[in-house]
Design a protein around this ligand. Sequence first.
Ligand code: ZN
Length: 379
Amino acid sequence: MSWQSVIGQQRVKDLLARMVGSGRVPSALLFEGPEGVGKDAAAIELAKVLNCERGGTEACGECSSCIQAAALQHPNIQLVFPLPRGENETKDDGALAKLDEKTVRKVREEIHLKSLDPYHKISIPKAQVIKISSIREVIREDSLSLYQHGRRVIIIMRAEEAGIESANAILKVLEEPTPGTVFILTTSRRSSLLSTIISRCQPLRFDLLTESEVTEALVTRYNLDPSDAALKARLSGGSYIKAVDLIETDTLEVRDQALDVLREIAVGNYSQMAGRASRMLESRDPQKVETLLRMLQIWLRDVAIVHNGARDSVINRDKIDVLEKMEKSFNAASTVAASASVDTALSQLDANVNLGLLFVNLLLTLSGLLNKKSEAQHV
Ligand SMILES: [Zn+2]
C-alpha cells in the first residue's frame, strides 16, 4: 500500500519521506489537524516505513516486518489510546488487567479494525482517558531490547485525552528520549495539550482534504457511485471519516429537509422554524446539524448560480424547477451573505454550543437576509 494508504496530504507525506530519507526522524512528532483527515493513518504508515526490512522511504508491504506492521502486530509498533477503567482498578494495575473479558475482546477487535482500515476510529465503550498504566507499559517495554532492527514507534492517539497524570508521564519520556524510539502524538485539539508537551514535539499540520480527494477515496474504497460520493464529500467538509459516516445517510432525505428549512424561511413560518430548532436541540447530535447546514449551503450556492444565469453548474440538477422558484421568491442577491452566515454557524459547532439556540439564530439571520417580506418591513 505504501504512502498511498494515506488519502491526500501530499505535503505531509513528502515531508515525512524526506525525514526518513535523510535519516533525521525526530524522536517526537505531533500530528495535529481536524478529525478524520489521516493523522493516525500517516502515523501507522511512518511506523511501517521505519521498520521495513528493505529500508528506503516507502514501506515495501511484502517483507515480514511490513506484514506484521500491517496487522498492527509488530513488536516495535505500539498504539496507545483511551481505555475504560476496570472494577477496583488501581494505578498499579496493567492497562488491561482489570477489564472484563468482553472489554478486552473489544479492544483487540478495535485494533484489528484499525489494521484493516487505518481511518477506523477506535471506540471502546466508557473509554474516557489515556490511562497512566498504558503509558507506563509503553515506557517499560521501551527499556527492553529493540526488536531485530528498525525503530520503535509509539503512537499516542487522541493525545489530548491524556489526564494530567498521564500527560506528565508522557512529558517525562519526551524529555528523556530513548535512542531509536519515535513518539507520534496525534490530536485534533492541540490547544488541550500541555504546552510543555507541544514544545518537545516537532509539529506537523494536517489540512482538511479536498472534495475531490474525498470523492475519489469513497469511489475507490467503498465503490460509491461518483455523483453520490461527490455529494457526500461536499457534506463532509473535508473530513474523510465524516464522509464515511455519511455512507449510510440518505442524502436525498437530508436534501429534502434542508429544502423544507428554506421553504419555511421563504414564507416566514416562524413556528415551524422554532419547532425545527427544538428538535435539533433534542437530537444533541452536532454531526446531524452539520450535515444539514452543509446541505443548506449547497442549496444556497445553487440559488446563487441560477440567479447569475449559469444553470449548468448547479449541484441539484434534477431540481432546477425548485431552484428557479426559490430564486424568484428569495432575495437572491443575498445568498452569498446567507451562505457566509451558515459558515459562521458551522465554525461554532465544535464548541460546546447550544445546538437549538445556534440553529434558531441562524434561521432568523437567514430569514432576515433571504425573505423578501422581511426586507419590505425594513424599508
Ligand atoms: Zn517491507
